[in-house]
Write a protein that binds this ligand. Structure first.
Ligand code: 13P
Length: 343
């Protein structure tokens, strides 16, 4: 693969005021979110929901890319236009989630390993032919008593790196997502220390597997306390801990870092990204943006409720969150945007 092509796709994904939308929930995850809101858990309702998203007018002003799931990349609107073609028409680069999910790691209770390397090369080629230009693989690292183990970190780092080089060989930019999840009552300091160790292991593995850092994107968690912790860090504390961790671990040749939201509220995710830009924008060697799923989609999903009459309101909410995160990427987000400026 011509590395300049990979590099230019990665740069386009990170360009200007833009970020990514993760709309690659697997069938069980999408159904779980639907079930919580009483939305029927059928293929047709999943299609209708993704139809609502890709047909939101104006999304291309804020999004450079959208990550799809296997079911979704093959789906179309009711008039038969493939979702992937609508995204491309709006200037949004289509991507694809290619891991097959995290399963319990044998021998390591409480820890997970992500599956999906078998047959991956052939699947990647098929997705490239369908029009995808980047891919995503998520590894899950859990903080708890005596975990994560070194074995779990190493196994996930190795798997992410094999996935990444296979992507690059096929012409797809790999999004490398080692997520230290928020489950548990760990402190912000513990999250910082585990994320630092994980990112060192991941970049070591990427180097060993000969991944071109210029042609990849990192998708990490922010440095946050666990969801059951009583710690309530300020915006400054989160921004400082997160940027400090990345400055120590992410080489300057990586074109961009695009955050997952991990279960934070939509507004907090925007505020935290914004604070990183206002306080550290000058010293960051990489672009820093969003690749959120819940922190962009959740308000829209709650408004939609599976009903056609709610589509317009849901699309407005989706566009609004995309606009807020785009402003945050420019260090121009304000809380007033939440009440006054609906796009
Ligand atoms: P959240 O933003 O909801 O954490 O999802 C991001 C993602 O892509 C997880 O793989």
């Amino acid at each position: 693969m011509d590395n300049s092509t990979l590099k230019s796709i990665a740069q386009r994904l990170m360009a200007d005021n833009k970020g990514l939308l993760a709309m690659d929930e697997s069938i069980p995850t999408c159904n779980k979110r639907f079930a919580e809101l009483g939305i029927p858990q059928t293929e047709e309702y999943r299609r209708k929901y993704r139809d609502l998203i890709v047909n939101t007018q104006g999304l291309g002003e804020y999004l450079s890319g959208a990550i799809l799931f296997d079911e979704t990349i093959k789906q179309s609107t009711t008039d038969g236009t493939l979702f992937i073609d609508i995204l491309k028409r709006n200037g949004i680069i289509p991507g694809i989630k290619v891991d097959e999910g995290a399963i319990p790691m044998a021998g390591f209770p409480g820890e997970k390993i992500t599956e999906g390397l078998d047959g991956l090369h052939e699947r990647l080629k098929a997705y490239y032919d369908m029009g995808a230009r980047f891919a995503k693989w998520r590894a899950v690292i859990t903080i708890g008593d005596d975990i994560p183990s070194t074995a779990c970190i190493k196994a996930n780092a190795y798997t992410l790196a094999r996935y990444a080089i296979l992507c690059q060989e096929t012409g797809l930019v790999p999004i490398v997502e080692p997520e230290v999840v928020m489950n548990g009552n760990h402190s912000l300091a513990q999250c910082a220390s585990v994320t630092t160790e994980v990112l060192h292991a991941v970049f070591n593995a990427l180097y060993q597997q000969r991944v071109e850092l210029e042609g990849m994107i990192l998708k990490p968690n922010m440095i946050l306390p666990g969801e059951d912790s009583t710690e309530k860090p300020s915006l400054d504390e989160v921004a400082e801990a997160t940027i400090k961790c990345f400055l120590r671990t992410v080489p300057a040749t990586v074109p961009g870092i695009a955050f997952l939201s991990g279960g934070q509220s939509a507004q907090l995710a925007s505020e935290r990204l914004n604070r990183m830009h206002t306080h550290f924008g000058d010293i960051m060697p990489w672009a820093l943006t969003f690749s959120f799923s819940r922190a962009i989609q959740q308000p829209a999903l709650e408004l939609w409720q599976g009903k056609d009459e709610n589509i317009a309101a849901a699309q407005q909410a989706l566009l609004h969150r995309a606009a807020c995160n785009s402003a945050a990427k420019m260090g121009q987000y304000t809380a007033a945007m939440e009440t006054v400026s609906q796009p």
